[in-house]
Design a protein around this ligand. Structure first.
Ligand code: TXA
Ligand code: MG
Length: 319
């Protein structure tokens, strides 16, 4: 693990892989103009080649080089970049097809982290980077998480400390009839609407039982190794009972629980520690986790989305 940006730039130029911090989660980066380098990302993650990658750039002028740039993109990027908002736009030929899984659109984002921005400035090119975890696992929010996940599959890990946001960026499709949130994140639908009018939220981000319309949105994504169940406040008494039957199980709840692990009751603090908490439970070999769902309100949309993907419903017959 390192803070040697010059070395990281050299590795990117030579077609290698560099993991780097962003404000959301750590990314696994490669030169987005180099098909062979991009292929290494898919191999290291065990990611299906049908799931497109986000391209990281340092600023708006660079973004305009890689995508068609409508007025909505300009407004949103001016307000929220650098920051946790990914814009899906028609791609230019400068991005290799491997990055976008053959799609004619590309996801662009300027990350709000000093190390990431310095890396992008000095590399002076687009960096394709998914979250630096193995496919379907929880995203890493520290350099050590990346090391634990990917080991030697990555050439260099830049260490920028723990991520301040803690969950992945809001993904907004600007190529649909209305701007459409494909993945909720720290930038909310309301904040986006104030700049560009009506925003749709794709329903499978709310109800993971709906068949996935794009890869990377499968149910039970972002999951820990433990058997992980979600429950609503109404089931609390039953879960406390179950937890006593299931040796070494842990309850995560936003209200104080006897014997439970209390999570923050505001969504920003919750997001910051969610993945590290799940990883910590996995590293302690906790076999069973029960997670109370936070309220079904806009503030908690992104957290609920990640929890829906990390958990299964509490089976009626679980004893
Ligand atoms: O916060 C983040 O977005 C982090 C950091 C590293 O920037 N990156 C991240 O990347 O979460 P990844 O690959 O784990 O998730 C990218 C998501 C996937 O759900 C992918 O399907 C979607 O964005 N995506 C990327 N390009 C797309 C496109 N052209 N059309 C539709 N969805 C796209
Ligand atoms: Mg990911």
């Amino acid at each position: 693990m390192s803070n040697d940006i010059a070395k990281a730039v050299e590795i990117l130029k030579q077609g290698g892989l560099v993991a780097f911090p962003t404000e959301t989660v750590y990314g696994l980066g490669a030169d987005a103009r180099n098909a062979q380098a991009v292929q290494k990302i898919f191999a290291a993650k065990g990611r299906p080649s049908t799931n497109p990658l986000i391209v990281h750039i340092s600023d708006i002028p660079t973004a305009q080089w890689f995508a068609k740039w409508p007025v909505e993109a300009q407004r949103l990027a001016q307000k929220f970049w650098p920051g946790p908002l990914t814009l899906i736009l028609p791609k230019s030929h400068r991005i290799v097809a491997d990055v976008t899984a053959g799609k004619q659109t590309v996801g662009l984002r300027a990350p709000d982290h000093p190390l990431a921005l310095e890396l992008l400035h000095r590399f002076n090119g687009p960096v394709a980077a998914p979250s630096a975890n193995r496919s379907t696992r929880v995203s890493p929010t520290t350099a050590q998480h990346v090391r634990d996940e990917l080991g030697d599959a990555v050439d260099l890990i830049l260490d920028g400390g723990p991520c301040s946001v803690g969950i992945e960026s809001t993904v907004l499709d600007l190529t649909a009839e209305f701007p459409t949130i494909l993945r909720p994140g720290a930038i909310s639908a309301r904040e986006i609407e104030s700049l560009v009018g009506i925003v749709r939220i794709r329903t499978d981000t709310i109800d993971p039982a709906t068949p996935a319309s794009s890869p990377g949105q499968h149910a039970v994504h972002y999951s820990p190794r433990a058997a992980t169940y979600r429950f609503d406040a109404a089931d609390l008494a039953r879960v406390q009972n179950l937890s006593q039957q299931h040796k070494d199980s842990v309850i995560l709840a936003i209200s104080p629980q006897p014997g439970g692990l209390q999570m923050p009751n505001n969504s920003a603090d919750y997001a910051r520690i969610l993945y590290a908490t799940l990883r910590n439970l996995d590293s302690r070999n906790i076999p069973t986790i029960f997670i109370q769902m936070p309220p079904d309100t806009p503030e908690w949309l992104a957290i609920r989305d990640r929890l829906l993907r990390a958990t299964r419903p509490l089976p009626a017959d679980l004893v």
